[in-house]
Design a protein around this ligand. Structure first.
Ligand SMILES: Cc1ncc(COP(=O)(O)O)c(C=O)c1O
Length: 488
């Protein structure tokens, strides 16, 4: 018995099964493959690749574990909680457990500073924000229709919104000259470009706080976006899954607050995507939410949610946890504090070698400016630098072009998915790399001499010189197969 060839497969299977809309085969997975085949461990593999391409919030698991131990009744698989097992195990209503919806609505209000409330009856669940974004695309657009998306944007939108729906994405080009702000001119240009190509624009999709920028949208910009979509009579989808990662001022402003304000707005056009993957650091629980102000979208989304329900076991646990006000208060405050500290340390480390990042106050990553290390301002040069960083520096960071950034030389670097010691090694690796790289920039003789001096006493491997006794920590970033992981 032989295997069928890929040509036969194209004939036998659907277009979705045989197209590459998922993106797993894209060259951008090289970094994940490099990490997967050689993951860093301070004790087992100190020269391995450090994972800095994963937007995970792993800084507060101690708080969650502590809560779980104190609340054994919240789990149905404990002696204390087993009495509730049957009722939870058989529940399958796609509206979700009432307490779960109530708890999530309350939490969504709380992480938005209590300045806005959410109606539990509008909470539609889905498999993470990934599922929520696809549900929204299915509800709002037909194959061939498009959403405008300010770039740089989260690469997996290309998968989540397009792959199975047939919807298209049209980038709204944002530039470093004004800190990647979304301008009305850029929105109009993208809209016109779509129209010229005979593409029907159904909505604008924004991510606030932004992945990859780590910035938040100010009130004025949010208002201008609402005016724009109202004027064009298209939808506004706001992916707000990084809400509680805002770690310093100014405060986050949700689109929910803007539409409560005194401004002309057709609420039927406004939809929020949320999840607990980033704010609570629970991507494995797949708790995603569509919150729409449009009744038809709520009803249709709820029917669609049958395809991506959150298990009742998870709903039950999350409901208990999020209805514990004291825990939620402490968790939100502590998480922001730890993120701020980590961000500050990382930025400081980069500044020591004059590497700057875009000013940001949210997210689990920095948008690092390596433009001066490019041999020329092209995507090819960016990819060449990226390969050096993966294979020589042994850091899996993400190149700006994977986020559809219009300017080569920017990289997203995640800082919240590892312990302090690993972060220290990562910073030292970047510092050594930049110093070496600049030592060979022509015309920089003084610097070259200085760097050579420093490097002459270093070992051939970039990280051997940065090993310290503190490095014997048993903790390391988790090693996971890129094939098993969605791009985050
Ligand atoms: C902007 C954005 N939306 C959605 C997702 C997917 O999140 P989830 O794990 O909840 O599916 C991510 C994950 O990185 C993201 O950054």
């Amino acid at each position: 018995m032989g295997f069928t060839s890929s040509n036969d497969q194209h004939h036998l299977l659907s277009k979705i099964a045989t197209n590459d809309g998922h993106g797993e085969d894209s060259p951008y997975f090289d970094g994940w493959k490099a990490y997967d085949s050689n993951p860093f461990s301070p004790t087992q593999n100190p020269h391995g690749v450090i994972q800095m391409g994963l937007a995970e919030n792993q800084l507060c698991f101690d708080l969650i574990q502590e809560w779980i131990k104190k609340n054994p009744k919240a789990s149905i698989c404990t002696t204390e909680g087993a009495d509730g097992f049957k009722d939870i195990a058989i529940f399958q209503d796609y509206h979700g457990l009432p307490d779960f919806r109530k708890a999530v609505a309350k939490f969504m209000g709380r992480v938005r500073g209590g300045r806005v409330t959410f109606d539990a009856d509008r909470i539609v669940m889905s498999g993470g924000a990934t599922g929520a974004n696809e549900v929204i695309a299915f509800c709002l657009a037909d194959p061939g229709d498009a959403f405008l998306v300010p770039s740089p944007y989260y690469p997996a939108f290309d998968r989540d919104l397009r792959w199975r729906t047939g919807v298209q994405l049209v980038p709204v080009v944002c530039e470093s000259s004004n800190d990647f702000k979304i301008t009305e001119a850029a929105l109009e240009a993208a809209y016109e470009q779509a129209q010229e190509a005979n593409i029907k624009v159904k909505g604008l999709l924004i991510t606030n706080p932004s992945n990859p920028l780590g910035t938040i949208l100010d009130r004025e910009t949010l208002k201008s976006l609402v005016s724009f979509i109202n004027k064009k009579n298209i939808h506004l989808v706001c992916d707000e899954i990084y809400t509680a990662t805002v770690f310093s001022e100014p405060n986050f402003i949700s689109i929910a607050e803007i539409i409560e304000e005194d401004m002309e707005c057709n609420r039927d056009l406004i939809h929020i995507v949320y999840s607990l993957s980033k704010d609570m650091g629970l991507p494995g629980f797949r708790v995603g939410i569509v919150y729409s102000y449009n009744d038809t979208v709520v009803n249709c989304g709820r029917k669609m949610s049958s395809f991506g329900l959150v298990s009742t076991q998870t709903q039950h646990l999350i409901a208990s946890m999020l209805l514990d006000d004291e825990f939620v208060e402490r968790f939100i405050a502590e998480s922001a504090k730890r993120l701020a500290t980590r961000h500050k340390g990382f930025i400081r480390g980069l500044l020591q070698v004059r590497i700057a990042c875009l000013n940001s106050n949210a997210g689990l990553f920095c948008w690092m400016d390596l433009r001066r290390l490019l041999t020329e301002s092209t995507v090819e040069a960016e990819m060449a630098l990226w390969h050096l960083i993966i294979h020589e520096v042994k850091l899996n960071v993400s190149p700006g072009s994977s986020f559809h950034c219009s300017e080569p030389g920017w990289f997203r670097v995640c800082f919240a998915n590892m312990d302090d010691d690993t972060m220290e090694v990562a910073i030292r690796r970047i510092q050594t790399f930049v110093q070496r790289k600049e030592a060979v920039v022509p015309g920089n003789k003084q610097q070259r001499r200085r760097s050579n001096l420093r490097l002459s006493c270093s070992s051939p491997r970039l990280d051997e010189q940065v090993m310290t006794p503190r490095m014997m920590s048993p903790h390391s970033p988790m090693a996971l197969s890129p094939c098993l992981r969605a791009r985050t």
